[in-house]
Design a protein around this ligand. Structure first.
Ligand code: SF4
Length: 394
């Protein structure tokens, strides 16, 4: 696994990223996230409710306008029975559904109780009096929800919902890094397993990464596991960043050439990018920020035309709320997020299956890293938004 150190250099008022050293610690093939698997067969499943009865229509008519822009009316009768069944089960189980911004609009707008970034969701859930949390997102998010809600039952509709970024590093890797860089604090992106968080000094999100790095008051930090987030942070701070070569398989696929092609085909279009994208993409975009920061940007500025360089469903979810803005949709789907569907949310609530737990031996340490981030963020009054790459976004 390649790690390297990067720092900002000032050259004629531009921020350039400089590789200071590179070395190989171990060579490890890319792995899928290891999560417990439960095999089910079609015969095990409970048939999903499908009849579009008067009762279903009455219970769901008020929900359809929320998704009318993205779900054709002809499809609604096949979706509405499941939506009603899920909402009934939530009441019966005293459950809430946390839906990440990358969930499909039927989940995001019709059954979710809390929507947003993973950490924001976990914190919101802790304020609710629900007994059960259903995580409509991937496995590390469910772990974070469990860390922040240790007394609640946390369920995930599909245990195979992993993440290329979270799978790029283990707790053992972090211990090796600490041996190689004694005394250098470890700043860990929240998109990691509880095992990795437990080995870290402090967590960060894509919204507060620069503030968290600078809050430590040290000249050098290890920033894991997203290589591109680390490089994008290094452009904005004098702190030397030692990065790990983890990547989000959705965001690494965007390119600067693609942005130029969108601009040529759509003159005046505003381009927003997630900081997990390669630095040359951030450089070419009008604005870079976390999912929440991008949503805030579109809601506040209501651009005529926008491209969001992130997972497909996020554009669909924002477009459903903001019909006045035209979304040009480059479509990079996250296969892990797309494992979560209305049908398996229904199954998991009906059967109370796929509970997510965190080993008590690591839970307290992992929670500590998240809580230190929350405390540091409050202190530095992080504003939420990583960087503005160009001034054209005005
Ligand atoms: S979008 Fe990227 S970071 Fe998010 S779950 Fe999918 S692979 Fe992981």
């Amino acid at each position: 696994m390649l790690i390297y150190s990067i720092s900002k250099t000032a050259k004629a008022e531009t921020h350039t990223t400089r590789l200071i050293l590179s070395l190989f610690i171990t060579e490890r093939p890319r792995v899928e996230m290891e999560v417990p698997m439960i095999e089910t067969t079609a015969a095990d499943r409970t048939p999903a409710p499908l009849a579009y009865t008067d009762e279903v229509r009455k219970a769901t008519d008020a929900l359809y306008p929320r998704v009318a822009g993205v779900i054709p009316a002809i499809e609604w009768p096949s979706i509405a029975p499941l939506i009603k069944a899920i909402n009934d089960l939530k009441a019966e189980r005293n459950a809430v559904i946390l839906a990440h911004n990358y969930m499909t609009p039927d989940i995001f707008h019709c059954v979710a109780d809390f929507v947003g970034d993973s950490l924001q969701l976990a914190i919101e859930a802790a304020r609710s009096d629900a007994d059960v949390i259903v995580q409509a997102g991937v496995h590390f998010m469910a772990e974070t929800s469990k860390l922040m809600n240790p007394d609640k039952t946390v369920l995930i509709p599909d245990l195979r919902a992993g993440c290329s970024l979270a799978a790029s590093i283990t707790g053992r890797d972090v211990r090796l890094l600490r041996e190689r860089y004694p005394g250098v604090p470890v700043v860990t992106y929240v998109n990691t397993s509880a095992d990795v968080k437990a080995e870290s000094d402090i967590c960060c999100t894509s919204a507060n990464a620069v503030e968290i790095v600078e809050s430590l008051g040290v000249p050098r930090v290890l920033m894991i596991p997203d290589e591109y987030l680390a490089r994008n942070v290094a452009r904005q701070t004098d702190v030397e960043i030692i990065a790990w070569k983890g990547r989000c398989e959705v965001h690494e696929r965007f390119s600067a050439a693609e942005i130029r092609a969108y601009r040529e085909a759509n003159p005046g279009v505003i381009v927003l990018a997630h900081p997990e994208c390669p630095p040359e993409v951030i450089e070419e975009a009008d604005f870079a920020g976390s999912t929440s920061a991008m949503i805030g940007y579109v809601k506040e500025r209501t651009p005529r035309q926008v491209v969001m360089l992130t997972e497909c469903s996020m554009s669909d979810n924002v477009a459903a709320e903001l019909p006045q803005t035209e979304f040009i949709r480059p479509c990079n789907l996250c296969p892990h997020m797309k494992r979560i569907t209305l049908a398996n949310i229904y199954d998991c609530l009906l059967r109370m299956e796929h509970e997510v737990s965190v080993d008590p031996a690591i839970a307290d340490r992992a929670r500590g890293a998240v809580e230190r981030m929350i405390a540091a963020s409050a202190k530095t009054k992080a504003k939420g938004g990583l960087a503005r790459a160009r001034s054209a976004a005005a």
